[in-house]
Design a protein around this ligand. Structure first.
Ligand code: GRG
Length: 306
């Protein structure tokens, strides 16, 4: 399975083809969870749509590294499972307390808090199972490296650490450094894991991994800046989640600290930095065209409307 890259690169077609492949793999990834109520709650959130940016980044990075994207699909699914788990937990009353996600009632609104917590826990642990036990054809040392990246992104050095600082900062005035810390951990860490895991499965060189770390930092921060902007400028209907939430929760955001225009400028500059990191690989004969998806995905992050 490859997502064909033709010249000139048709990003819309690439994105749709990759999204459909990911949706099919996600659909096939669950089961046979028992009891049925757990399976239903897991499927409800995992198959609720969403942009599928994280798995697509993983597949694109695998391709840039010269790997076969089919080998990275179980890890791509695992990354979307971790992301979905974080959304379920983030929406809980003890956290952001939201009732709308991906255009439908949040998991705990439908299944109750206890089941939502457990569905999230089951998705998180299933993610590691996808890598360790359901990734045929990938050398064990690459899978071990992927498990390492996934652990770093999910735990205290990533999502959990970022979420804690975010919650602690609600209602307080926060400086730019702290805001960057929150975003790099809460949002950036998983996006970084997406590109690194895909690249590791594809057998990336150390120099490509270093470039991808720079790329990931740029897109990770830019992604969250745009998220902050959309929270102010877009409707709940388009976002599929409650708009204006940052203001209600008294959160510090980039627009609050820098204003909308400067925030957008910063996001554009970060995306430019991210793309520049991949330039040597886009130019190399062997990788010609293979960087196109990651370059276009970086632009997509700042151009998106939801
Ligand atoms: C329990 C291990 C463990 C971790 C959970 C709750 C939590 C710790 C972290 C919260 C992380 C979080 C929700 C960050 C926000 C990231 C973000 C901007 C999400 C929106 O991503 P999109 O726009 O959503 O890609 P779709 O729906 O398109 O996938």
């Amino acid at each position: 399975m490859t997502v064909a890259v033709t010249a000139p690169f048709d990003f819309a077609a690439y994105l749709e083809a990759a999204r459909l492949q990911v949706e099919a793999a996600l659909d096939a990834s669950l089961g046979p969870e028992r009891p049925e109520s757990l399976r239903e709650a897991m499927r409800y959130s995992l198959l609720a749509g969403g942009k599928r940016l994280r798995p697509i980044l993983c597949l694109a990075a695998c391709e840039l590294a010269g790997g076969e994207t089919a080998l990275a699909m179980p890890t791509a699914v695992a990354l979307e499972m971790v992301h979905t788990m974080s959304l379920i937990h983030d929406d809980l009353p003890a956290m952001d307390n939201d009732d709308l996600r991906r255009g439908r009632p949040t998991n705990h609104k439908v299944y109750g808090e206890a089941n939502a917590i457990l569905a999230g826990d089951a998705l998180l642990t299933r993610a590691f199972e996808m890598v360790a036990l359901r990734s045929p054809g990938v050398p064990a040392e690459r899978l071990l490296a992927v498990v390492g990246e996934l652990s770093l992104a999910s735990g205290a050095p990533g999502l959990v650490g970022g979420q804690i600082v975010d919650l602690e900062c609600e209602g307080k005035s926060v400086d730019l450094d702290t805001l960057e810390y929150i975003h790099l951990h809460k949002t950036g860490a998983l996006l970084r894991a997406c590109v690194l895991c895909g690249a590791l499965i594809g057998g990336a060189s150390e120099s490509l991994l270093a470039a991808l770390r720079t790329y990931a930092r740029g897109i990770g921060l830019a992604f969250q800046i745009i998220d902050d902007i959309l929270d102010v400028t877009a409707s709940s209907e388009v976002l599929g989640k409650t708009a204006g939430k940052d203001l209600t929760a008294d959160k510090t955001t980039y627009p609050k600290l820098l204003g909308l225009e400067e925030s957008r400028r910063r996001a554009d500059a970060l995306v430019a930095e991210a793309k520049a990191a991949l330039e040597p690989f886009a130019a190399a004969d062997t990788a010609a065209g293979k960087a196109a998806p990651l370059l276009a995905l970086a632009d997509y992050i700042t151009g998106r409307d939801r």
